[in-house]
Design a protein around this ligand. Structure first.
Ligand code: B12
Length: 217
């Protein structure tokens, strides 16, 4: 990595930690102007910064106002980067995604949605705080190949189980994948999901594999 690229990615990460949206926008624009890859900026810059914010929050060095400012900085930068994430054509399929009922965390979900769109999926984003009814309506209306559920809290991840069994009971044939910080493969299997991914890149691979399996079936 060139020194200037490294420095810009580091500054982008810091702008998220500092909760400085203005700086995040300025750095994103500078980095794009010298052709630094938008996905790399998201991963090595924004997500790294947000991870650190998570640690600061956990250690009670940051409180909700700081976290919100960091989320805002990330959001403003994403507005610039998202349209620039390279689209690799080849995959087609519809994915309905949403954060489950009771949970309003959407930063990770939005990154996953962007990554899925970037490989060619048509992503229907239902937003946050989505219950079984919301997912069922999308299954009926949008006929997704995959339904993706996100949850960031132990208190709300249990809702995934209810949504998964409700979707199955209603005859939903879509593959169901789940993700979010408190989850792992073991819980995903227990909840009856078809797949789990720890981050957006693995989510992209998982969705592509499920589509391949579907087309072979
Ligand atoms: C930012 C943040 C907030 C912001 C959210 C802003 C927003 N628009 O999302 C605000 C300030 C609003 C917030 C509020 C709250 N928060 Co909060 N928040 C966080 C924080 C610091 C970072 C989360 C984040 O964005 N991470 C960055 C993203 C990129 O990572 P990610 O979400 O994990 O996503 C990646 C993967 O998990 C995966 N993934 C995610 N979704 C999906 C879906 C699929 C299908 C797949 C395959 C993969 C996948 O891919 C993503 C990208 O790589 C975490 C701490 C932490 N360490 O995670 C706490 C945290 C999640 N919050 C927490 C809590 C408790 C709350 C509040 C209840 C606080 C309160 N007392 O009011 C409220 C919740 C209100 C509600 N009803 O939802 C706790 C949850 C504890 C728990 N285990 O249950 C945490 C862990 C903090 C802590 N250590 O206590 N929060």
């Amino acid at each position: 990595m060139t020194r200037i690229k490294e420095a810009l990615i580091d500054e982008l990460s810091k702008s998220v930690i500092e909760g400085n949206a203005e700086k995040a926008v300025k750095i994103s624009q500078e980095a794009i102007a010298i052709n630094i890859d938008a996905y790399e900026l998201m991963q090595a810059g924004l997500m790294k910064g947000m991870k650190e914010v998570g640690n600061l929050f956990k250690n009670k060095e940051y409180y909700l106002p700081e976290v919100l400012m960091s989320a805002e900085a990330m959001h403003e930068s994403m507005k610039i980067l998202k349209p620039l994430v390279k689209k690799n054509a080849g995959i087609s399929g519809v994915i309905t995604i949403g954060t489950v009922v009771g949970d309003i965390h959407d930063i990770g979900k939005n990154i996953v949605a962007t990554m899925l769109e970037s490989v060619g999926f048509n992503v229907i984003d239902l937003g946050t705080d989505v219950g079984l009814q919301g997912f069922l309506e999308s299954v009926k209306r949008d006929k997704p190949d995959i339904v993706a559920l996100s949850s960031l809290m132990t208190a709300t991840m249990e809702n995934m189980k209810t949504i998964i069994s409700g979707l199955r009971e209603a005859g939903c044939k879509a593959k169901i994948i789940i993700g979010g910080a408190p989850l792992n493969q073991e819980i995903a299997s227990e909840y009856g999901a078809d797949g789990y991914a720890p981050d957006a890149l693995v989510a992209q691979r998982l969705a592509a594999e499920l589509m391949q399996k579907k087309s072979r079936a």
